[in-house]
Design a protein around this ligand. Sequence first.
Ligand SMILES: [Zn+2]
Length: 89
Amino acid sequence: MSKQQPAPAPAPAPAPEAAPAEEKKPEKKEKPKAPKRRIQVGKLYKVDGGAVSRLRKECPRCGRGYFMAQHKNRLTCGHCGYTTYTSKS
Ligand SMILES: [Zn+2]
């Protein structure tokens, strides 16, 4: 039999076996993130009457407005990475 039958429409490519079911999409659950620590500018200054004093040391590299983060034994600038150690021994 050499009668050619009309080729059936090409079947759609078989879906990969591990295809995720897209019908029921579970709602994206966002992982509970730890609250982002924002710098509290108000804690960097101390207003005493009309005078403003800075409670943190400023970065010697970055200059004014860049405060050093206070750690146990060091001060670090988050902007440039400048670190100075404050060993009390
Ligand atoms: Zn700096």
